[in-house]
Design a protein around this ligand. Structure first.
Ligand code: PTJ
Length: 266
């Protein structure tokens, strides 16, 4: 039987889509190591599609949300960053760094239950430098009311005032809002249920958003509580989601024009 090609170094660095191939590779490897759920590959593909129609860059709309999210994390008393398979495979070191800069706990919380997954993700986070990882012991867990999925089991999330839930599947943000939690998400789909329900929606790729959040956090750490409160108060999530949709519309219009120029010259 042919051996699986596991080396990221086998990807041609001069390939025009090297970055995208690199992250696909991380997701596929993550699936082989139990970190990523099989459905995580499909979720990644959906993310790639939205990223494409956003121009594959962090735009000014995302930057506004990132600033508000970091300010909210710095203001929170008990912030928690929820970690799933895709985020652990794509940005493990960055998640750990962000949790340290904003003083948030990391909690593993999975939609797809499978023996060995929590252990595999814990290992990845520990390798990335995490020392205090929540959500690893079923005995410590409580259930969030009104939630049917495996995400209902949580540890420090139940006591948190603010939870960051990147790449979510919908139901949980709604359930968290019903128990008065503040929610931040990173989701390339501006109209997913999570995006609509969250208090702060960062419409950006997690691979760009988390490093940017770390940079902004280093800067905002020096701000006073009043200054941070003002940043959060001035942010309007509804307007930001509308602006993200407007950017997508404009990008597609431009792509249409560019494609027609080529097609008309065929
Ligand atoms: O590890 P688990 O078991 O907790 O499962 C994780 C996944 C992601 C499989 C699970 O939460 C899921 O099925 O999510 P959905 O319903 O596919 O939603 C994920 C959302 O994240 C979608 O709106 C995607 O567009 C978006 N997304 C995917 N990749 C990225 C992304 N957003 C930001 N950055 C990405 N790289």
């Amino acid at each position: 039987m042919k051996k699986r090609d596991t080396k990221r170094s086998n990807l041609p660095k001069n390939h025009p889509r090297y970055e995208s191939l690199k992250y696909r590779h991380e997701i596929i490897e993550g699936m082989h190591n139990l970190v990523v759920a099989e459905a995580g590959l499909i979720a990644h593909g959906r993310g790639e599609c939205f990223d494409y129609i956003l121009g594959e860059k962090t735009n000014e709309v995302a930057e506004k949300a990132i600033k508000a999210a970091v300010a909210a994390l710095l203001l929170a008393e008990k912030p928690v960053i929820s970690v799933n398979g895709n985020t652990a495979a794509l940005v493990p070191r960055e998640l750990v760094k962000l949790s340290k800069v904003v003083n948030a706990l990391l909690e593993i919380n999975l939609f797809y239950k499978k023996k060995g997954r929590v252990k595999a993700i814990k290992k990845v986070l520990e390798k990335a430098g995490a020392t205090d990882i929540r959500g690893t012991s079923k005995k410590e867990m409580v259930e969030i009311e009104g939630l049917e999925s495996n995400r209902r089991f949580c540890d420090s999330i139940i006591d948190a005032d603010l939870i960051m839930v990147p790449l979510e599947d919908g139901d949980r943000t709604e359930a968290l809002k019903k128990i008065d939690k503040k929610v931040i998400t990173v989701d390339l789909n501006p109209v997913s249920r999570t995006s609509i329900w969250a208090d702060i929606t960062i419409v950006d790729n997690i691979i760009r958003a988390i490093p940017k959040m770390i940079l902004i956090a280093e800067e905002l750490k020096e701000f006073t509580q009043e200054q941070l409160t003002q940043i959060v108060a001035e942010f309007n999530n509804k307007k930001n989601i509308q602006d993200a949709l407007e950017l997508i519309k404009n990008y597609i219009e431009q792509q249409k024009k560019d494609a027609f120029k080529i097609l008309n010259n065929h």
